[in-house]
Ligand binder design. Structure first.
Ligand SMILES: *[C@@H]1O[C@H](CO)[C@@H](O)[C@H](O)[C@H]1NC(C)=O
Ligand SMILES: *[C@@H]1O[C@H](CO)[C@@H](O)[C@H](O)[C@H]1NC(C)=O
Length: 831
């Protein structure tokens, strides 16, 4: 979270270079501070009193000049501090020189003045026959600004304010400003019907205006005083997109001028994130809440500055699930890269919902898989009653006739955002600062620190731990930075064991001679702090023979250092490929798979709540001097769903190639996501190749797909590690393949639990070890289905301290387990 917040702040502080020298000058430019008797600045524009202009007239039976002094705590623009209050219908009439499209912007801020409490005001606003607001009120303390685009056909614009029965109407400020004639196209394509619509014949209300991948752009920095928000909060899957920015010149054209959108919109974008695969096929998607009863005008801004050359990028654009532009080839319509272009559409929310979504995704046919979007504007279109606010129609209410039926009003989204936006930013800055200071103090750790000196507490205890999985497990030793420096020869680069996302891992020797692995986080990484904390919290709760033990940590001087037991044989991956370590036998590989499955099974079931590892891969399975496998790296771990939840919703994290496809689609995390990743590990162990190998032909890149292709044909033996050929018993291989296949099931619900996986791997081991005893007709098809979630062990197994299925298996004896399982297999009971 903090990371995202800081990212926002970062975006906000980098400067926006915006030349307004040749900016558009509007012919009609009414900037009115209602109820004021002097001029007021808003940014670089001056709003004048509504009494001073001769081309503006106000009619009202009664109109009150209201003002507040109390509410201005410094950051509220002065235009909000005065208002005109009406007790009966009132009009503002503006003389218009230039017919055509105009911005009408209305600003509201309720306060109390004499006997008038503006927060209780309830009224409607109409213009040019269009109902803009109906039954409208503003909550105390909030500012609301509304922006409309109105096509004016006459030389007058009349804005009519009508209080609801016995209520009030008020207005703090009004803008009526000409819009450049090229801003609104005459036609827009309706999706999905593909008919041509004429949005400019409607009144339009801005509901969303986003600068994709870029900072907020305030009205001061927009040629037409528009406000652009960052898009991140609307991204359905934030990891699917990454932002890009260019410093090169945006090549505006006669069609796409700086008035269409400012430079900062076209110079930033969101594109597809690196998925680490050669053939990424996913959409980047944004979702918006809208009123299902209205059509929306949607303008998408594109400017390709990320492609290496013209004609490389073409992609699909969807609105909801309908195609809006098929194989969109920006280059075909522009002469060069960095040349902006926009596309207009009309659409409603996805049927049966109030969500409108915009998606971009790579073309099946493109060899450069990418998709971009620079900006997005969504404007509500007035309906056939000429209304933007419910069933209200100003044409009916011209007489005093009061409509009894009043439709629901869709809240003042845009305005509320503006007000909320500032608060959010302040919150973010605050939050960010706070977490920075936190990381330098020693108080953030929500765990007992044993006084913060360097007494040894955890080191011995951890090894002799009885495996109690409660929170009583000790946190481990608190190292001083000096001790760590000494242990690692001041982080001698020659002692580096590995480098990961979190930082570097060094080999170290403690003063008592214990060899340890020292993981030093990068202190500037916000993500690091969170993961550091998670890892300590998780590991302090867990003790297991197949989980890497935490010996202690150091958090002095902003450092995030974790000290683990040293795993002499390093990551499993280096024993499979990419090194010249001796080949592991099939039995050794099965033992390693069984050990890590046991570690994961313990994670899922051993702790009070169950823990999901989230980053199971062959580099996170470490081997000790006896090749005993231990699961490591709990930085991304999450406690599992509580009883009343079925999953944990979260931002997708993990490693490409190992990511559960269902998790990626639905962002719902269950322990079955680890099972999927473990299935990838199993295939890696069998085939001795990386999960993703982009150098291979496309169909072979992803091990999960490639191996399932062979497994489904019963020909997995075709792709196994050549070093294993001839040494694997075919039943053992079949069992292993079936187990991996189940793990890799597309739906989590179809995958076995880690307990079942463990059971099946034990079985595969037995089939290997006792090949000659096994029944040649043994058919293990669908074995996993037959095994209930809780494997019913015969009583005598429990007695002989078999812990394969136990919650805490610190003292398990693998020899006993396998023999016992074997005897059970040979004498199947209750199956
Ligand atoms: C607006 O642009 C100016 C440069 O013209 C820049 O200094 C300022 O930070 C920008 N303000 C916002 C809020 O974007
Ligand atoms: C992208 O979204 C569209 C519309 O929902 C869908 O038809 C398409 O299959 C999606 N593409 C991918 C690769 O998921």
């Amino acid at each position: 979270m903090e990371l995202i917040f800081c990212f926002f702040v970062f975006l906000l502080v980098f400067s926006i270079n915006q030349s307004k020298s040749d900016a558009f000058t509007p012919t009609d430019n009414y900037l009115i501070d209602c109820g004021s008797n002097s001029n007021t600045k808003l940014g670089d524009r001056t709003f004048s009193s509504d009494t001073s202009s001769s081309s503006l007239s106000i009619t009202a039976k009664e109109s009150i000049f209201a003002y507040t002094t109390a509410s201005n705590s410094g950051n509220l623009s002065d235009i909000y501090l005065t208002a005109r209050v009406f007790t009966t219908e009132a009009t503002y009439t503006f003389t218009i020189q230039d017919k055509g499209m105009h911005w009408v912007r209305l600003y509201f801020f309720p306060f109390s003045y004499q006997k008038y409490n503006l927060a209780s005001a309830n009224f409607s606003v109409a213009t040019e026959g269009f109902g803009l607001l109906n039954n409208f009120s503003v909550r105390n303390g909030s500012t609301v600004s509304k922006e409309y685009l109105i096509n004016l056909a006459s030389n007058n614009l009349v804005l009519k304010f009508t209080p609801s029965n016995n209520s009030l109407a008020f207005i703090n400020a009004i803008e009526v400003v000409s819009v450049p004639s090229n801003l609104m196209s005459n036609t827009a394509q309706s999706v999905p019907s593909l008919t041509s619509e004429e949005p400019s014949s409607h009144a339009l209300e801005t509901v969303y205006r986003l600068n994709m991948g870029g900072p907020e752009i305030t009205s001061d920095n927009d040629t037409l005083w528009r406000h652009w928000q960052p898009d991140t909060e609307f991204l359905s899957l934030s990891n699917a997109a990454k932002s890009a920015i260019t410093s090169s010149t945006i090549l505006y054209t006669n069609q796409t001028t700086p008035e269409i959108a400012p430079r900062m919109v076209y110079a930033t974008l969101q594109e597809m994130n690196d998925s680490g695969t050669v053939n990424p096929q996913f959409n980047v998607s944004w979702s918006f809440s809208v009123d299902p009863n209205y059509e929306y005008f949607i303008r998408m801004h594109f400017c390709d500055f990320v492609s290496q050359a013209l004609y490389l990028l073409y992609f699909n654009v969807y609105i909801n699930s309908d195609i809006a532009i098929q194989e969109f080839d920006i280059s075909k319509e522009t002469d060069s890269l960095a040349q902006p272009i926009y596309k207009d559409f009309v659409a409603k929310s996805s049927s049966g919902s109030n969500i409108l979504s915009v998606r971009i995704g790579p073309s099946k046919f493109a060899s450069y898989k990418n998709a971009v979007l620079n900006g997005l504007e969504i404007m509500k279109m007035s309906n056939s009653d000429m209304s933007l606010a419910g069933s209200f129609s100003p044409n009916d209410s011209k007489t005093e006739k009061k409509k009894s039926k009043v439709g629901p009003i869709v809240g003042s989204v845009a305005g509320a955002f503006a007000a909320l936006g500032l608060l959010t930013v302040i919150y973010m800055v605050f939050k960010c600062r706070k977490s920075h200071t936190k990381s330098t103090s020693t108080t953030w750790l929500p765990l007992p620190l044993h006084g913060g000196n360097s007494e040894t507490i955890g080191s011995k205890e951890s090894k002799q731990s009885t495996g109690s999985h409660g929170s009583s497990a000790s946190l481990g030793r608190h190292f001083t930075f000096a001790e760590i420096q000494e242990a690692t020869k001041n982080f001698d680069e020659t002692l580096i064991l590995g480098v990961g996302g979190f930082g570097k891992v060094f080999k170290g020797v403690l003063e008592d001679g214990t060899i340890v692995a020292v993981k030093r986080g990068n202190p500037s990484s916000e993500q690091g702090i969170a993961e550091f904390r998670t890892e300590i919290e998780m590991l302090s709760k867990l003790r297991h023979r197949h989980l890497v033990s935490l010996i202690g940590f150091c958090e002095e001087r902003c450092e995030m250092i974790l000290v683990y037991e040293y795993m002499a044989n390093g990551p499993l991956r280096s024993h499979l490929y990419g090194s010249d370590l001796p080949t592991l036998s099939w039995k050794q590989r099965l033992d390693i798979c069984i050990g890590s499955a046991r570690g994961l099974h313990y994670l899922h079931t051993g702790a009070d709540q169950g823990i999901i590892h989230r980053d199971v891969k062959t580099t996170n399975i470490l081997l000790d001097e006896n090749l005993v496998a231990k699961v490591a790296d709990f930085g991304l771990s999450k406690t599992g769903p509580t009883l009343d939840q079925t999953h944990v919703s979260t931002v997708v994290k993990g490693s490409f190639g190992y990511l559960d496809p269902e998790y990626f689609r639905r962002q719902q995390l269950t322990e079955k996501s680890d099972v999927y990743s473990f299935g990838v590990v199993l295939m890696e162990v069998l085939c001795a190749r990386p999960a993703i190998n982009p150098t291979l032909p496309r169909d072979q890149v992803n091990i999960a797909e490639w191996s399932m292709h062979w497994q489904k044909r019963g020909m997995l033996d075709q792709i196994i590690d050549p070093q294993l050929v001839g040494s694997i018993n075919s039943n053992s291989l079949r069992k292993f393949g079936e187990t991996a296949e189940k793990c890799l099931a597309d739906q989590g619900i179809d995958r076995p639990s880690m307990g079942d996986v463990l059971w099946n791997l034990e079985y595969a081991l037995q089939l290997q070890e006792t090949a000659r005893l096994s029944d040649p007709d043994e058919n293990s098809t669908n074995r996993i289905d037959e095994i209930p979630v809780h494997v019913p062990y015969p009583e005598h197994l429990e007695e002989s301290n078999i812990s394969m299925h136990s919650r805490v298996s610190e003292h398990d004896s693998e020899g006993a387990t396998t023999n016992a399982v074997f005897s059970q297999l040979m004498n199947p009971q209750g199956r």
